[in-house]
Design a protein around this ligand. Structure first.
Ligand SMILES: [Zn+2]
Length: 483
């Protein structure tokens, strides 16, 4: 029997606001001291009243607009009641039947598959528990209690770990473009749960749903889902039944583990929050947020392709590195005065150098574009020196390194280091003769038919002429003198 898997995700995202959701306490995820960013409101003391943080609402509207969701004109708050020591009020203020955003979609970049969004709503985060099993204590830190938390629920549109991982990655990128969250998964700023069920191919009836929690990296999303698909397939193939349950992900073992069996769905006894009136989202405000939206990752991909004709792999790197993309576009805009055909060649050359040698230097130094001494104008100048043949690609490597170290402009470096490509064949011939006389073994190998020996000799001449001679001319002279 063949099975297909049906996967939906629930993603919780801590919003990057100055203050908490319903009080003026600082929202500081990096605070090391416990229970300092707290007040009577976020610790749920009697007689206190919550006040809505409008910038958190606006952040969710921003996300909704980017996902093409419908923004509800009236949104309302509800109490979700449950008891847990990290929840001081005994209920969480959330949104039940009138979330801020309804519907929407997000396209997975490579497959172009659209994943539908069910809803996006706003709620408050809980505190954090620290367990000290060896002394039999648990401690609670309420710094996080009341931090704005956005919950995004997808339709069960995904079919594999790979697809769910790709969706999570694209959502993460979108959140960072929008600036609404750092979405650092290691810090728990983006937490993913997967709902997964299997059914026989073609069957109408849905399978039993299993929830997998604690997916704290894209890899965990992919691996846990793939593991769960295998596990459930095995059970069904044995003729057994899947039991509805919640499982966790054990990264070290690479397995999902049973957390609890769900008898029936929780009754949270949602009811309208009596201390907060429904909120009118206000069309003018929505329009204003819409005009302020940045270019989104999907649009950027399309534009980098149509405007510069870059390869998909290059586009992926640039979309994930906004600063590098900005640098690339600055370099290209420095090439403005060129005629079209030449500009196209130089654009391709620039992309190759920026994503090759330049990115290599950045990675080696763990630096970002704005930390380094090379500016777009000088980089464009280097590109045009290569393009015009003023310097060889071999010399360009040295010039780039010198630009990196000193911030000097490439023309100055070429002059100072005498790296201009030489057209003087007499000079090249002299260097070639010298290399031939000093490398008789390689010469003999070449004459025996070993092509690699020619490459070696070529390299020797390149080094002797410090990259000033073009490899084509050297090869030509080498062959002539050897034969
Ligand atoms: Zn507070």
């Amino acid at each position: 029997m063949k099975y297909e898997s049906i996967i939906g995700l629930e993603v919780h995202i801590e919003l990057k606001t100055k203050t908490k959701m319903f009080c003026a306490c600082k929202n500081d995820p990096d605070e090391r001291h416990p229970n300092v960013n707290i007040c009577p409101i976020c610790t749920g003391q009697p007689g206190t009243l919550p006040v809505i943080n409008r910038s958190a609402v606006n952040a969710v509207i921003k996300v909704g607009l980017a996902l093409k969701s419908k923004i509800n004109e009236i949104t309302k708050w509800d109490r979700k009641n449950y008891f847990y020591p990290d929840l001081p009020k005994g209920y969480q203020i959330s949104q039940y039947d009138y979330p801020i955003c309804l519907g929407g979609e997000l396209t997975i970049p490579n497959s172009a598959k659209k994943i539908s969004i069910t809803r996006v709503h706003l709620e408050e985060d809980t505190g954090r528990l620290a367990h000290f099993g060896h002394i039999g204590h648990s401690l609670v830190d309420f710094n996080r209690a009341g931090v704005p938390l956005m919950e995004l629920v997808t339709e069960p549109d995904m079919t594999s770990g790979e697809e769910a991982g790709a969706f999570a990655q694209e959502l993460h990128l979108l959140l960072r473009y929008l600036g609404v969250s750092d979405a650092d998964m290691e810090k728990g700023q983006m937490r993913i749960e997967a709902n997964l069920s299997l059914k026989s191919v073609g069957a109408k009836e849905l399978g039993v749903k299993v929830e997998v929690k604690n997916l704290n990296s894209f890899k965990a999303v992919r691996d846990a889902i793939d593991y769960e698909i295998k596990r459930q397939t095995g059970i069904l193939e044995n003729g057994e039944k899947i039991i509805q349950q919640t499982r966790g992900w054990n990264e070290t073992k690479g397995e999902t583990v049973l957390q609890r069996i769900k008898e029936e769905s929780h009754d949270y006894r949602y009811f309208p929050e009596p201390d907060l009136p429904p909120l009118n989202t206000n069309m003018e405000m929505i329009k204003e947020i819409e005009t302020g939206l940045p270019e989104l990752p999907g649009d950027k991909r399309k534009r980098l392709k149509s405007e510069y004709g870059l390869a998909d792999e290059q586009i992926n790197i640039l979309v994930n590195n906004e600063k590098l993309a900005g640098f690339f576009e600055d370099v290209v805009s420095e090439l403005q005065e060129l005629e079209i055909g030449e500009k196209k060649q130089l654009t391709t050359l620039s992309a190759n150098y920026i994503l090759g040698d330049f990115l290599g230097l950045l990675n080696e130094a763990s630096a970002e574009v704005d930390d380094v001494k090379i500016d777009a104008e000088n980089f464009a100048e280097l590109m045009s020196l290569i393009h015009k043949g003023t310097i060889t690609t071999r010399a360009a490597k040295d010039v780039l390194k010198e630009m990196w170290a000193t911030g000097k402009d490439p023309n100055t470096i070429v002059g100072e280091k005498d790296l201009r490509q030489t057209q003087d064949t007499g000079e090249i011939e002299k260097a070639v003769s010298k290399v031939i006389s000093e490398n008789q073994t390689a010469v003999a190998d070449y004459k025996k038919g070993k092509e690699i020996a020619l490459q070696f000799l070529l390299g020797q001449v390149m080094a002797a002429t410090r990259g000033k001679a073009s490899p084509e001319i050297i090869a030509e002279i080498l062959k002539r003198l050897l034969n």
